[in-house]
Design a protein. Structure first.
Length: 153
């Protein structure tokens, strides 16, 4: 018998004997035991709670917790200001962040800027004039300026 044949015979013998489908008493005992324990565990398991589906908006904070938009930001968004200004980019007029960095947030600057928004004017940022907003109330212009001045870094 060659070595090759010897191993082939060995493998065949193995398959026919215990290493094949034939299981030992020991294996069968533990398999049964395992199946029984799974069955008991299943039977004792509390009924699974109905899966709670996370709402699609889970990542978003509920409206009440969301940081309120600054009233000045909302007034600006509803006005013509956006045509010439953005928060962080110079358009026709200066970026609000640049304005905020130029002026310290104090009453004097606040009053000056409220006046400028209402009356318009030129010469501070360039020769292009800021148009007047005569219909804007002091209160609304004040909220806008408060918001603009809050954008400093
Ligand atoms: C037609 C374009 C235009 C519109 C509309 C406009 N602005 Fe301006 N704004 C300018 C320009 C140009 C300047 C720069 C003026 C200057 O150099 O003195 C300016 C300057 C400003 C400044 C800085 C003023 C200073 O003296 O430093 C503030 C604050 C401002 N605008 C707020 C507003 C607000 C708030 C609105 C809306 C109610 C608005 N702007 C609408 C063009 C505009």
């Amino acid at each position: 018998m060659t070595t090759k044949h010897f191993f082939a015979a060995l493998a065949l013998g193995c398959i026919l004997a215990s290493c094949g489908t034939e299981k030992s008493e020991y294996d069968r005992y533990y398999e049964q035991d395992y199946r029984d324990s799974v069955a008991t565990a299943k039977a004792n398991e509390p009924a699974p709670a109905p899966a709670v589906k996370a709402p699609a908006t889970a990542a978003r904070k509920p409206a009440a917790e969301q940081p309120k938009q600054h009233p000045g930001a909302m007034l600006i968004a509803g006005s013509d200001c956006t045509a010439c200004h953005s928060n962080n980019q110079k358009l026709v007029g200066p970026a609000y962040m640049d304005v905020a960095n130029k002026y310290e947030d104090n009453d004097k600057n606040r009053n000056y800027l409220v006046g400028k928004v209402k009356e318009g004017g030129a010469g501070v940022w360039g020769q292009v004039p800021m148009p007047a907003h005569p219909n804007l109330s002091n209160a609304d212009a004040g909220k806008m300026v408060d918001y603009i001045l809050s954008l400093n870094d």
